[in-house]
Design a protein around this ligand. Structure first.
Ligand code: AHM
Ligand code: MG
Length: 344
């Protein structure tokens, strides 16, 4: 007997979706498709590890030995290595760069290099791991600056603007694992079915809802923020004619706060802490965190700004550059820019 299903809904795996999108591009070589698929695979392997994160062996400090006398690794280091090792030998990448490493990650000499550059934060929100709160992997893909170059990639290849991203996305390890990505033609979301080990299309063509529902920021630091960000927060809470009905949500994992903002509408922001001279440009990292998510937000009809200009137009001067961020519904981001311009 044929099982009762909604015959209008197709089951589309991420592999099929990526392949179908590629077929629409006559110049595509398949490299980007395979690269995205390898990232999805990394997400499945990391899911396996995060699901076991409550077990002592994984939660121990790096360098400590467990009862078997093995050196224990932290989950963010494990995720970092999984992504690197899945991608170092495929011939698709010229170079990689990770939030976990101070310098670029060259492709080992024994392997061929390729046309693409992969930037990633292997496990964003890692301070939340011990509390069983959602964390995620964030990534962006650029073409190398000189596509005909067959030598190793260089730091300049990694210092490109977000505006030149070819594809970006994140994998969210939450109550289920989801992968959200865009290759420049809209944003699509896939949920991992753990029984069959496949990401299935669950959120086609994501657009940020017009009516914002939540705002999201660490208001615990409000007094340390610049006056513009403080005034903007008060406006969000209904002062000076601001919205009367926005709810506050803050997880402290940017990838999870972003995901909720994308699906529900609203704004996520992380301004500059004026009392922290070590971080004059805020906390979040432009290359690994802000650019990929800003790319998705713009693709979904929203906006992302550092308070003055679109995040995607910022040119990183160094690999671990930070920037303040305001991302979500366009009119809320514009309002943030207005307050920052007015009060500084
Ligand atoms: P991480 O890369 O060390 O995990 O730090 C980044 C995280 C973001 O996910 C999150 O938005 C932010 O730090 C939270 O910071 P805070 O605790 O200052 O609110
Ligand atoms: Mg991070």
């Amino acid at each position: 007997m044929i099982p009762k299903t909604n015959t209008n809904s197709q089951l589309i795996t991420i592999e099929r979706h990526i392949l179908d999108s590629e077929r629409k591009l006559p110049e595509a070589t398949g490299d980007l498709t395979n690269l995205l698929y390898d990232i999805a695979l990394a997400g499945k392997i990391i899911t396996n590890h995060t699901n076991k994160a409550g077990l002592a062996e994984i939660l121990g400090d790096t360098g400590r030995t467990n009862v078997q006398g093995e050196v224990v690794q932290q989950l963010d280091e494990i995720a970092n290595q999984i992504i690197f090792r899945l991608n170092d030998h495929t011939g698709r990448l010229a170079v990689m760069v990770s939030e976990e490493n101070p310098d670029i990650l060259p492709i080992p000499e024994k392997y061929k290099t390729g046309r693409y550059v992969l930037s990633f934060d292997p496990l964003d929100g890692s301070s939340n791991i011990d509390y069983n709160v959602s964390i995620g992997t964030i990534f962006a893909i650029h073409k190398r600056l000189d596509e005909d170059d067959t030598g190793p990639g260089a730091v300049e290849d990694c210092l490109q603007k977000g505006r030149d991203i070819v594809a970006a996305g994140y994998i969210l390890y939450g109550s289920s694992t989801m992968m959200i990505y865009s290759a420049g033609a809209g944003v699509n979301g896939f949920t991992l079915d753990p029984q069959i080990g496949e990401f299935l299309l669950s959120h086609p063509n994501i657009q940020i809802p017009q009516k914002p529902k939540y705002f999201s920021a660490n208001l615990g630091y409000k007094k340390q923020w610049c006056l513009g960000a403080q005034k903007f927060s008060e406006w969000l809470q209904g002062e000076e004619g601001g919205p009367q009905n926005l709810s506050l949500r803050y997880i402290g994992s940017m990838v999870a706060d972003f995901h909720r903002t994308l699906l529900s509408g609203g704004i996520f922001y992380y301004p500059v802490d004026t009392t922290n001279p070590d971080k004059p440009r805020g906390k979040l990292r432009l290359i690994y965190e802000l650019n990929p998510l800003a790319f998705l937000m713009e693709q979904a009809g929203g906006a992302a700004s550092d308070g003055e200009q679109p995040v995607l137009d910022l040119k990183p001067a160094h690999l671990h550059e930070r920037a303040p961020v305001f991302m979500g519904n366009k009119e809320l981001v514009q309002q943030a820019e207005k307050y920052l311009a007015q009060y500084g």
